[in-house]
Design a protein around this ligand. Structure first.
Ligand SMILES: *[C@@H]1O[C@H](CO)[C@@H](O)[C@H](O)[C@H]1NC(C)=O
Ligand SMILES: *[C@@H]1O[C@H](CO)[C@@H](O)[C@H](O)[C@H]1NC(C)=O
Ligand SMILES: *[C@@H]1O[C@H](CO)[C@@H](O)[C@H](O)[C@H]1NC(C)=O
Ligand SMILES: *[C@@H]1O[C@H](CO)[C@@H](O)[C@H](O)[C@H]1NC(C)=O
Ligand SMILES: *[C@@H]1O[C@H](CO)[C@@H](O)[C@H](O)[C@H]1NC(C)=O
Length: 493
C-alpha cells in the first residue's frame, strides 16, 4: 500500500531521505550517547548491595546477572523522559565484562559533567570484574548499549494526590522495562480525549494540571527511547502489568575493540593527558607516520615525553606496553618507565620501528599513573612516537569487528515528520490502541513503513533538542551509521 504512494523514483528518494533524516535524528538523540565507544569507569562502595528504588531512577533490583551503574549527568539531561534510566550497557575492561543498568546519575566529579565520553560508576566488586583491581581508581572501558535481559512485564503503579483524587494530580511509577522510556502520556476527557504528557520527576511520571481534570477511564501511551509504543486503558488506580517492549537485540557487537587498548592512536585516548618535561617543541598531531597522526616532541637532554593518566590505573592484566618510535639521531637511548627507578632502555633509530616492553621489565606496581619516554642521549633529540597501547594478559576480547556499525535492528519510527506535506503517505496507522476493555497492545511498526500515530509536537521539539548534543567522539561511528541508514532507507522504499 505504501509503495503505491511512491509513484516514481524521485518520490522514492525524497521519502528515503525523509525517513533517513528521521532515523538519523533518532540515532543521534538516542540518549545523546553513541551506542558504543570507549569510556571510563570508577568504583564507589555506595553501589554495593544496591536494593530497590535507590538512585535517581528509582528502578527495582535489576534482572539477575545485571549490575547497577551511575552514568554521567550530562547524558541524562540530554534526553527527554527518563533519560538513561534503565539503559543496559556491556562494559569491558582488560579483566572482563559486566552488564550494568543505569539506575543513577553520577554527579560528583568533572567526569560526571563532561560530554565527550561515557563515565560509569560501579560497585567495587563489579569494577573489579572489569579492571582486575577493586581499589584502583579509574579504568578505561569499552561500552555497548544493549537491551536489558529483562524477561518480565512492566508494572505501572498509579498514585493519587494526598486526598486520594486523580483529577488534577497523580503519578505513575513504571518498573521492569527493558528499553528506557521517552514519554508517558494520558488522555484527558475519556479514552478518546487528547493526550497530555506526564512530566518525569525523579522516577515518577507526574500529571499536574490546574484546569484540565483527568477522569477514569483514560488511555495511557508509553513510548520507549527507541520509538516502540505501548497503549493501554487505565480504568482505575490499581497497579497494572503491561507487556514489555520488544526485547530483540537493539545493538550487536560494536565495531570497536571491546576492551580499549590504545593510549595514543592518532590522538590521546580518554583519560590521558600530556605531562612532558624539558621539551622545546611538542606536537600530538604530527604526520610523519605512514598514516594518521603521531606524537613529535623536541626534547632537551634528559627531557621526556610523559603521558599522564587522569588518576591511577590498575596494571592487573596488563602484559606489555607496545609502541612505534623513531628519532632524528641514530641509536638514540630512550628510557621507558612507569615510575622512577624502574627503567627499560631502548635504542631508537631514524626509521619507524615497533617496540614491545613487558610490564614485568618495567617493574609495574599494582597501580601506576603515567608512562614516560626519557631522552637519555645527553643532547637534544626529536622523538616521534605512535600507536602506544597495552597488550593484555587476560583473554578478554579485543578483536575489531569489521561488519558492525553498532546498530543492528533499527526500531521503527513512531510518527511521521511534521513537515510531510503529503501527509497521506504516513497516515497508515500502526499504533493499535487497546480497547476500553483494558486490552494491551505492544506496537512496533512493520518494517518498511513509518508508523503513524498522533504523537504530540512536544516530542518533536525534544528530538531536535537531543540532536544538538551529539557525542563528538562518536562522529565517525555516526557517519558509518548514517551511510547504513541511508542504505536501509533506500532499500526499504
Ligand atoms: C589494587 O590496587 C591497590 C592500590 O590502589 C594495591 O595496593 C593492590 O595491591 C592492588 N591489587 C591488585 C590485585 O593488583
Ligand atoms: C642503555 O643501553 C645501552 C646499550 O644498549 C647502554 O650503552 C646504555 O648505557 C644504557 N643506558 C642506560 C641508562 O641504562
Ligand atoms: C609483545 O610481546 C608479547 C610477549 O612478550 C607477545 O605476546 C605480543 O604478541 C607482542 N606484541 C607484538 C605486537 O608483537
Ligand atoms: C634533532 O632534533 C633536535 C630537536 O628538534 C635538534 O635540537 C637537533 O639539532 C636535531 N639533531 C639532528 C642531528 O638533526
Ligand atoms: C580465559 O578464558 C577462560 C574462559 O574462556 C577463563 O576460564 C580463564 O580464566 C581466562 N583466562 C584469563 C587469564 O583471564
Amino acid at each position: 500500500m505504501i509503495n503505491m504512494l511512491y509513484r516514481n523514483s524521485k518520490m522514492r528518494i525524497f521519502y528515503s531521505l525523509l525517513l533517513f533524516t528521521t532515523l538519523l535524528v533518532i540515532v543521534k538523540s538516542q540518549n545523546g550517547l553513541s551506542p558504543c565507544g570507549e569510556g571510563s569507569a570508577i568504583w564507589n562502595s555506595d553501589y554495593s548491595g544496591w536494593t530497590d528504588g535507590r538512585g535517581l531512577c528509582g528502578l527495582p533490583t535489576p534482572p539477575s546477572g545485571v549490575v547497577v551503574a551511575g552514568v554521567n549527568r550530562n547524558y541524562f539531561t540530554m534526553t527527554s523522559g527518563s533519560g538513561l534510566c534503565g539503559t543496559c550497557f556491556k562494559l569491558t575492561g582488560p579483566a572482563g565484562s559486566v552488564i550494568a543498568q543505569a539506575v543513577d546519575v553520577c554527579d560528583a566529579t568533572a567526569l560526571c559533567t563532561q560530554t565527550d565520553h561515557a563515565h560509569f560508576i560501579l560497585s567495587p566488586a563489579d569494577y573489579n570484574v572489569i579492571s582486575g583491581n577493586s581499589t584502583a581508581t579509574l579504568y578505561n572501558v569499552g561500552y555497548q548499549m544493549i537491551t536489558c535481559p529483562n524477561e518480565g512485564d512492566i508494572t505501572v503503579t498509579p498514585k493519587p494526590d494526598g486526598s486520594g483524587s486523580y483529577s488534577y494530580y497523580f503519578s505513575l511509577t513504571l518498573s521492569g522495562f527493558s528499553v528506557p522510556i521517552k514519554s508517558v502520556e494520558v488522555t484527558v476527557g475519556g479514552t478518546s480525549g487528547a493526550y497530555q504528557q506526564l512530566k518525569y520527576q525523579s522516577s515518577l511520571w507526574v500529571f499536574n494540571k490546574n484546569s484540565i481534570a483527568f477522569t477514569f477511564p483514560g488511555k495511557v501511551r508509553v513510548t520507549s527511547q527507541t520509538g516502540q509504543q505501548i497503549v493501554y486503558s487505565m480504568t482505575n488506580g490499581a497497579a497494572k502489568m503491561i507487556p514489555n517492549f520488544d526485547q530483540a537485540p537493539l545493538y550487536a557487537d560494536c565495531g570497536t575493540p571491546v576492551a580499549p587498548q590504545y593510549i595514543y592512536q592518532d590522538s590521546l585516548a580518554q583519560g590521558w593527558t600530556d605531562a612532558s618535561w624539558d621539551f622545546v617543541e611538542k606536537n600530538y598531531n604530527d604526520n610523519s607516520a605512514a598514516s594518521g597522526s603521531n606524537i613529535a616532541i623536541g626534547l632537551s637532554a634528559y627531557g621526556g615525553l610523559k603521558i599522564q593518566s587522569l588518576t591511577s590505573f590498575s596494571t592487573a592484566n596488563l602484559a606489555t606496553l607496545e609502541f612505534s618510535a623513531k628519532a632524528n639521531v641514530s641509536n638514540s637511548q630512550i628510557l621507558i618507565f612507569l615510575h622512577k627507578g624502574a627503567n627499560f632502555n631502548v635504542t631508537v633509530g631514524t626509521e619507524w620501528a615497533n617496540y614491545n616492553v613487558t610490564l614485568a621489565s618495567l617493574s609495574a606496581a599494582a597501580t601506576e599513573t603515567a608512562i614516560a619516554f626519557q631522552n637519555f642521549q645527553g643532547s637534544s633529540l626529536l622523538l616521534m612516537v605512535d600507536n602506544i597501547k597495552w597488550g593484555y594478559s587476560s583473554n578478554v576480547s579485543t578483536s575489531t569487528s569489521t561488519s558492525g556499525t553498532g546498530l543492528v535492528t533499527m526500531p521503527p519510527v513512531t510518527k511521521p515528520p511534521s513537515t510531510t506535506a503529503s501527509g497521506s503517505a504516513t497516515t497508515t496507522s500502526v499504533v493499535t490502541t487497546a480497547s476500553t476493555t483494558a486490552q494491551v497492545t505492544t506496537t512496533r511498526g512493520p518494517s518498511g513503513t513509518t508508523a503513524g500515530g498522533d504523537g504530540s509536537s512536544v516530542s518533536d521539539s525534544e528530538n531536535t533538542g537531543g540532536d544538538k548534543h551529539v557525542d563528538s567522539s562518536s562522529s565517525t561511528k555516526l557517519t558509518i551509521s548514517t551511510i547504513t541508514l541511508l542504505l536501509i532507507s533506500i532499500i526499504l522504499f
